[in-house]
Design a protein around this ligand. Sequence first.
Ligand code: FEO
Length: 183
Amino acid sequence: MKTNRLSEKMTAILNSQVTEEAFASQIYLSYASWASGEGYTGIAKFLFRHAEEERNHMTKILEYILNRGAKVSISAIAPPPKNPTDICDCFEKIFNHEVKNTTAIYAVVKKSMEEEDWATWNFMQWFVKEQTEEESFAMGLLDKIKIAGKDKASSNTLYLIDKDLEHTNGELTAAQDVTATKP
Ligand code: FEO
């Protein structure tokens, strides 16, 4: 009896998104480590927390594939890009990466529409909402640094931004709903 409820193409694109989310986590880990080394402990903490959220996104998709009776295939993760040159560059890179990830999410949604796989379409709506929130938050980070004077921001202002982000969850309410054990 055939119990797999995902097409081959849908399984492939979802598995590819598992890798994308793992890659996103590596990027945040890498930038967090860079920020910590530069002395931005607040920003580093925020980025480390976000790396964890990306892992949760990865697990959420992985479990969906399994729950639909399909096979998960774990692929190699590409190395993260080089370190940012400064905080402004860091926030710009984060925003650009989130936009890229949104494009990948939309590709999965588009595929689900083409296949009339409404279960996957419905599942992916959580990610569509999440990406909207993540892009908004990244835009907010960029606005903060632009107001502060971009790469000419004073060390005092950077200190305040760093403090501000220390306890920020990123206002990512959708991501806060999930944990590594309960994705
Ligand atoms: Fe999993 Fe930042 O999107």
